[in-house]
Design a protein around this ligand. Structure first.
Ligand code: PSU
Length: 306
């Protein structure tokens, strides 16, 4: 007996996909573990609105009642945002959560898996997980990087979060054959800042090229997705110099408290929110909105390709 795939598409997402209209996948860990309430649900709704304004259908993805739900209602978003004990799910634990039932938030890795199953080509988020500082002894490397090498979804982010070891993150992506293309500038962005001091492996200036290159990868029979790094708008960025002491402090607190594995990123984001008196959250919201808009433009190009 085969087990049916517990994939539930909202009517709107289903109709859009059937009509080859542009759809942008959105994740839910950013809501449950990335931002405090109520900014998390306000942002989730604003991001969906931004996707719509750019002519695409938003498909926020989360696990609810043992189903992978693709396309959530405002009530679903509100419930998820207020829930304090939602599991943060990646490739390793997605199936167990579906088996046990209950709610779960999808990380970049799990959202890519779900988006691909649903037939969605583009996914917009804030920042991917990467190689953590001190990974040479902790081995803490996000499953997001591995996912990008095997699941064919184009992920739009604002770079990897500056709390990470960015040179090592780019190295792992390169080793895994993941194209990392920065939109509109030569330097790889560092989430809250436009600059990281690192040259981007690739630069792309047109959404059409991003969609076309995904199709080329498929034609070449290359597995995996693409990473598009979209720099935060100038007016919203926090300079790397301003952030550095706060990141150092947050990281040393995490080390002292022995925060490990999937708790590290939420802990560091929360500490930075307090240390920067909310500025890091404002920048995070601005960059996610910016990525949602670009994600929609890329999704439109995918639709044109048929
Ligand atoms: N983007 C944000 N905030 C977040 C995330 C992305 O602006 O919280 C989440 C994504 O779900 C990503 C996760 O997969 O952070 C990374 O977690 P980790 O480092 O444990 O892999």
């Amino acid at each position: 007996m085969t087990t049916a795939l517990p994939l539930q598409l909202s009517d709107e997402v289903k109709a859009a996909l059937e009509a080859n209209q542009p759809v942008v996948a959105l994740e839910s860990t950013i809501i449950t573990h990335g931002m405090p309430y109520p900014q998390n649900v306000e942002t989730a709704k604003a991001v969906e609105a931004a996707v719509r304004e750019e002519g695409a259908v938003p498909a926020t993805i989360a696990i609810m009642d043992g189903n992978i739900c693709v396309g959530l209602s405002d009530e679903d978003l509100e419930a998820l945002a207020q829930e304090t004990d939602v599991a943060k799910l990646s490739r390793a634990d997605l199936a167990v959560r579906l088996a046990t039932g209950g709610a779960g938030a999808t990380t970049v890795a799990a959202t890519m898996i779900a988006a691909h199953l649903a037939g969605i080509h583009v996914f917009a988020t804030g920042g991917i997980g990467g190689v953590h500082k001190g990974a040479e002894s902790s081995f803490d490397i996000s499953a997001d990087l591995q996912e990008l090498s095997q699941t064919p979804v184009t992920v739009v982010c604002a770079g990897a979060k500056a709390i990470l070891d960015l040179p090592k993150t780019l190295e792992v992506l390169e080793t895994n054959g993941v194209p990392v293309m920065t939109f509109g500038q030569d330097e790889f962005p560092a989430f809250w800042s436009r600059e990281s001091g690192l040259k981007s492996p690739l630069r792309v200036d047109e959404p059409a090229i991003i969609a076309k290159s995904a199709r080329m990868r498929a034609a070449l029979k290359l597995p995996g997705g693409q990473l598009v790094a979209n720099p935060i708008p100038t007016t919203d960025e926090i300079s790397a110099d301003d952030l550095r002491p706060h990141i150092e402090q947050a990281q040393s607190e995490a080390d002292a408290k022995r925060i490990a594995a999937k708790d590290v990123t939420p802990f560091l984001l929360d500490r930075l929110f307090h240390l920067t008196e909310g500025r890091s959250l404002e920048a995070n919201i601005a960059l996610v909105l910016n990525n949602a808009r670009l994600g929609a433009r890329i999704a439109r190009e995918f639709s044109k390709l048929g």
